[in-house]
Design a protein around this ligand. Structure first.
Ligand SMILES: Cc1cc2nc3c(=O)[nH]c(=O)nc-3n(C[C@H](O)[C@H](O)[C@H](O)COP(=O)(O)OP(=O)(O)OC[C@H]3O[C@@H](n4cnc5c(N)ncnc54)[C@H](O)[C@@H]3O)c2cc1C
Length: 414
C-alpha cells in the first residue's frame, strides 16, 4: 500500500497500521513555534498510544495540577483538575514546543516512515477533481511531486488545502495577535496554568521549568499599530498587578515573538483523497489551550477513516466524509464552549461575576476544567442544567466583591 501525506503527528498512528507513509514538512527540526505550551491532561493517553509518553517524561517536564484564573484584577479562581470517573489523578503537561515537536519528529526518524524535512508543499495534485498527491520544492528550490492514495494535510493554520481549495471561513471578530516570550527568574509560580483576563487582552502563563515561564499575551491586532512591540508587551504584562507580583524580578530571555491568533472555521471538503487534521480543520482561540490535544485527537480519528478507505479501496469524498461527521460529533460542543468563553472574557462585569460564582461552586468549576482538560464530556457544561446552576449561583451572590489590593492568590509551590 502506498500513502503520501504531510503532517508531523499522523504518521506514527498510521505506521502502526502498516501503510507506506511519507511525511513532508517545510521546516527542518528542531524548530520553535509560538504556543502557550500548556497541553490538556487528556493528551497523555494519546502520547502513550504513540509510544512517546516515556520520552516526554524523561524530559522531566513540569506537570500542572490545575488552572488559576483572574478576571480584571477583581475576581480570582484556582481550580484543581478533578479525578477521572475511575479515580485517576489528572495533571497537564507543560513542555516547550521546540522540545516536544522535536521528540515527535525523532519518533518518526526512528521508524520506517519516509521523512522529508525542508520540503515545502506548494500545491495539491488533482485528478478528476480528487486529490492524488502533492507537489512543491525543497530548500534548494528543486521541485518534487508525490503521488498518494490519501493526502492528510496537517499544515496548520497556513495549510495548503485551505488556500488552494478556498476552505477557510473568516472569523467575524477583530484580528487578534499573540505576543510570546519565555521568562526566567520567575519565582512566584505554583503548579498551575495562569490565565489573567484584563484590558487590553489576556495572558496565559505556564511554568515550563525551574523559575522559567512561558508568557503569551493575546490582544486585538490594532493595539500594535505604531507601537514598540517589546515595550507594549512588557507594559501590558506588568500592568496587571497580579502578574507583576507573580513575575517578580523575572525577565524575558528572548525577543518577543508574534503570531496571528484569529479563530476561523473551515468549509466542507468536496473532493476525495484528502483529509485535514489539527489546525487545518479550524482554529479555536488559544484561551482554552486545547489546540495540541485537538490536533492529536483529530489525527487519531482520521486514521480510523483512512483504514476503512484502504480496506474498501475507496478514497472518494463520500467514503471520507465520515471523518467530518465523527469529528464534529466529538468536538462540536467544545467549540461552542470555546466561543462562549471567548465572548465572556471581553465583558468585564459578566466575566467577574462568572469567575466569582465559579469560585464558590466547586462542582461547577471542576466540571469546567475537566471539560477544558478534554477528559470530561463537553455536554456536562454545554447544557441548560449547568447554565441554570451557574445563573442561580450568580443571582445568589449579593454584590460582586472586589479583591483587596494586597490579595495574594494561593499557590502550590514547586
Ligand atoms: C498564541 C497561541 C497559543 C497557543 N497555546 C496553546 C496551548 O497552550 N496549548 C495548546 O494545546 N495549543 C495551543 N495553541 C494551539 C496549538 O499551537 C495548535 O493548535 C497546534 O500547534 C496545531 O498543531 P498542527 O499540527 O495542526 O499545526 P502546526 O503545529 O502549526 O504544525 C504544522 C506543520 O506543518 C508544516 N507546514 C505548514 N505548511 C506547510 C507546507 N506548505 N509544506 C510543508 N509543511 C508545511 C509546518 O512547518 C508545521 O511543522 C496555541 C496557538 C497560538 C496561536
Amino acid at each position: 500500500m502506498e500513502e503520501g501525506q504531510l503532517e508531523p503527528r499522523q504518521p506514527c498512528f498510521l505506521k502502526k497500521k502498516g501503510y507506506r507513509i511519507t511525511l513532508l514538512d517545510q521546516a527542518t527540526f528542531p524548530r520553535d513555534k509560538v504556543c502557550g505550551e500548556f497541553i490538556s491532561p487528556a493528551a497523555d493517553d494519546i502520547f502513550s498510544d504513540l509510544g512517546i509518553l516515556e520520552s516526554i517524561n524523561a524530559l522531566n517536564p513540569t506537570r500542572l495540577c490545575g488552572v488559576a484564573l483572574s478576571s480584571y484584577e477583581s475576581s480570582y479562581l484556582q481550580i484543581d483538575y478533578p479525578n477521572t470517573v475511575d479515580g485517576r489523578t489528572m495533571t497537564s503537561l507543560s513542555v516547550e514546543r521546540s522540545m516536544l515537536d522535536n521528540l515527535m519528529i525523532n519518533q518518526v526518524r526512528n521508524s520506517s516512515i519516509q521523512l522529508m524535512e525542508g520540503f515545502k508543499v506548494t500545491d495539491l495534485v488533482l485528478d478528476g477533481g480528487n486529490v492524488c498527491g502533492v507537489k512543491g520544492h525543497d530548500e534548494t528550490k528543486t521541485k518534487f511531486s508525490i503521488k498518494a492514495k490519501v493526502v492528510i494535510d496537517g499544515g496548520g493554520r497556513n495549510s495548503i488545502s485551505l488556500r488552494r481549495l478556498n476552505l477557510r471561513r473568516g472569523s467575524p471578530g477583530k484580528g487578534k495577535i499573540a505576543l510570546a516570550a519565555h521568562w526566567e527568574g520567575v519565582k512566584g509560580l505554583g503548579r498551575y496554568c495562569y490565565m489573567h483576563i484584563s484590558h487590553p487582552g489576556y495572558t496565559g502563563i505556564a511554568p515550563v521549568g525551574y523559575n522559567r515561564a512561558n508568557i503569551v499575551l493575546v490582544v486585538d491586532r490594532n493595539y500594535l499599530v505604531g507601537v514598540n512591540v517589546e515595550q507594549f508587551f512588557m507594559t501590558t504584562v506588568l500592568g496587571n498587578r497580579l502578574r507583576k507580583r507573580m513575575l517578580g524580578s523575572g525577565i524575558p530571555v528572548e525577543k518577543i515573538r508574534t503570531v496571528d491568533s484569529l479563530a476561523y472555521s473551515v468549509k466542507k471538503i468536496r473532493c476525495g483523497g484528502l483529509l485535514l487534521v489539527g489546525d487545518a480543520t479550524g482554529f479555536i482561540d488559544p484561551f482554552t489551550g486545547e489546540g495540541i490535544y485537538l490536533s492529536l485527537r483529530s489525527s487519531q480519528l482520521a486514521v480510523g477513516v483512512v483504514k476503512n478507505a484502504f480496506d474498501k479501496s475507496d478514497f472518494s469524498s463520500r467514503q471520507l466524509q465520515s471523518y467530518d461527521l465523527i469529528r464534529q460529533k466529538e468536538f462540536r460542543k467544545k467549540n461552542i464552549l470555546s466561543k462562549v468563553l471567548q465572548r465572556l472574557i471581553y465583558k468585564p462585569y459578566l466575566c467577574n461575576r462568572v469567575v466569582e460564582t465559579l469560585g464558590t461552586q466547586k462542582e461547577l468549576s471542576s466540571l469546567l476544567v475537566g471539560v477544558i482538560g478534554d477528559y470530561m464530556p463537553a455536554n456536562k457544561v454545554v447544557c441548560f442544567q449547568y447554565l441554570l446552576r451557574l445563573l442561580g449561583g450568580m443571582l445568589n451572590q449579593r454584590q460582586p466583591s472586589f479583591l483587596p489590593t494586597k490579595y495574594r492568590p494561593p499557590t502550590k509551590e514547586f
